[in-house]
Design a protein around this ligand. Structure first.
Ligand code: AMP
Ligand code: MG
Length: 318
C-alpha cells in the first residue's frame, strides 16, 4: 500500500526495517526496495520480490560518513574526496567490504557498493532505522525503474506491504557507479552524476571498460519496457501510425498527427530529460503499442545515462 511520507509513516517504515521487513521508499534517483543490510533473511526477500538473480549485488544506502565505516573496510582518499563532493547524491562508490556485510548483499564479492541518497525521506528513514539499508530499484528485475510511488504499486504492489510516497524522483535515472582502486576510477554504470564531473573533481581520467561484468548495468539488456524500443536519429523516418509511440528529446512541431508523442524535455535540458525518462516510458508502455521510437540524444554528461538506458531497452528486442 502507498503511504504519503510523514513523520509517523517514516517512523513506521523504520520499525518495519528493524523487524526484518522490506519497504519501498523514494530517493532522488528512483524508488528503492530496502532492507536492513545486516539482515540476511530480509535481504533475501528483496531478491524474491524482484525475482532478481543472486549474482546481482545490491547498493547499500547510508545517511552519514560514520555509517560508511560500518560497511566499508577502507576508504581510499579519492573515495573520500568523491563522498565529500557528491554526497548526498546520485553517486555509488564500490569499496572493499567489512566482513559483517552478508554475502547475499554483495553477491559474494569482496567489495560493497555504497551511496548516500539526496532525499529527505530516504535519509530520515535510514537515520531512524539506524542501520545501513540495502536497496535495489523497486521494480521486477530487468524492467523499467520506478520514479513514482504509483510505478512501484503497479509493478510490485501485491508483494510490498509499505510504499512510502515522497513524490516524483528529481534525478530520475539510477546513480553513477564507480570503483576506485589504486587511485584509478572505473565507471561501472553511467547515471545521475556525469562522469565529466567526477574527472574534474578527482583530477583523474575515468575508464569505462572493465573486462568482466561487475554490474547488471553492464548486461547487454536491462531497464526495458514490455514494448519494443527502436532508437532513431531522424524523426521524419518514423511512420505516423496510431499503433506506435514517439519519445522526443525536446518539444517541437512535427507533422505527425496519429503517433503517440511524449517529450523528455521542453527545450533540450538534459536534467529534465533524465528526470522524465522512465515516467514517459512507463506511460507509453501502458498504451500497449507495437513499437516505441526513441530519439537519440547526444552522449555527453547525463546524455550518456539516458542513451545507456535506451540502448539497453532496445537490446532486449534484438
Ligand atoms: P540497482 O539498484 O537495481 O540499480 O542495482 C545496483 C547496481 O549496483 C547493480 O548494477 C549492481 O551490480 C551494482 N553493484 C552493487 N554492488 C556492487 C559491487 N560490489 N561491485 C560492482 N557493482 C556492484
Ligand atoms: Mg535496478
Amino acid at each position: 500500500m502507498i503511504y504519503p511520507a510523514t513523520d509517523i509513516t517514516i517512523q513506521q517504515a523504520a520499525e518495519a526495517l528493524k523487524q526484518g521487513s522490506v519497504v519501498a521508499f523514494p530517493t532522488e534517483t528512483v524508488y528503492g526496495l530496502g532492507a536492513n543490510a545486516f539482515d540476511t533473511l530480509a535481504v533475501a526477500s528483496i531478491f524474491a520480490i524482484k525475482e532478481r538473480p543472486y549474482f546481482d549485488p545490491l547498493i547499500v544506502h547510508v545517511n552519514s560518513l560514520s555509517m560508511v565505516s560500518m560497511v566499508a573496510a577502507t576508504i581510499p582518499p579519492v573515495a573520500m574526496q568523491c563522498m565529500e563532493k557528491f554526497w548526498p547524491g546520485p553517486l555509488t562508490i564500490v569499496l572493499p567490504k567489512k566482513d559483517d556485510i552478508p554475502d547475499i548483499v554483495t553477491a559474494g564479492l569482496a567489495t560493497v557498493a555504497i551511496r548516500m541518497p539526496l532525499h529527505p525521506v530516504a535519509l530520515r528513514l535510514i537515520e531512524l532505522a539506524d542501520v545501513p539499508v540495502a536497496a535495489p530499484s523497486a521494480n521486477p528485475f530487468g524492467y523499467l525503474s520506478p520514479t513514482t510511488a504509483q510505478h512501484v504499486a503497479m509493478q510490485l504492489g501485491t508483494k510490498v506491504a509499505m510504499i512510502l510516497d515522497g513524490g516524483k524522483c528529481a534525478v530520475g535515472v539510477e546513480s553513477t557507479i564507480i570503483k576506485i582502486e589504486n587511485d584509478e576510477v572505473s565507471v561501472l554504470r553511467y547515471g545521475g552524476i556525469p562522469v565529466e564531473e567526477i574527472e574534474k573533481a578527482t583530477g583523474l581520467a575515468a575508464t569505462s571498460h572493465t573486462t568482466k561484468i561487475e554490474a547488471p548495468g553492464q548486461l547487454p539488456y536491462h531497464y526495458a519496457p514490455q514494448t519494443k524500443i527502436v532508437l532513431v536519429g531522424d524523426i521524419m523516418s518514423v511512420p505516423d501510425d496510431a499503433t506506435c509511440g514517439l519519445l522526443l528529446f525536446k518539444k517541437r512541431h512535427i507533422p505527425h498527427t496519429h503517433i503517440h508523442i511524449m517529450c523528455l524535455s521542453d527545450d533540450g535540458d538534459m536534467r529534465q530529460a533524465a528526470g522524465n525518462l522512465f515516467s514517459c516510458l512507463h506511460t507509453l508502455d501502458a498504451l500497449k503499442l507495437k513499437v516505441i521510437y526513441a530519439e537519440q540524444v547526444e552522449e555527453v554528461g547525463l546524455g550518456r545515462a539516458i542513451m545507456d538506458r535506451l540502448k539497453k531497452a532496445q537490446a532486449r528486442f534484438m
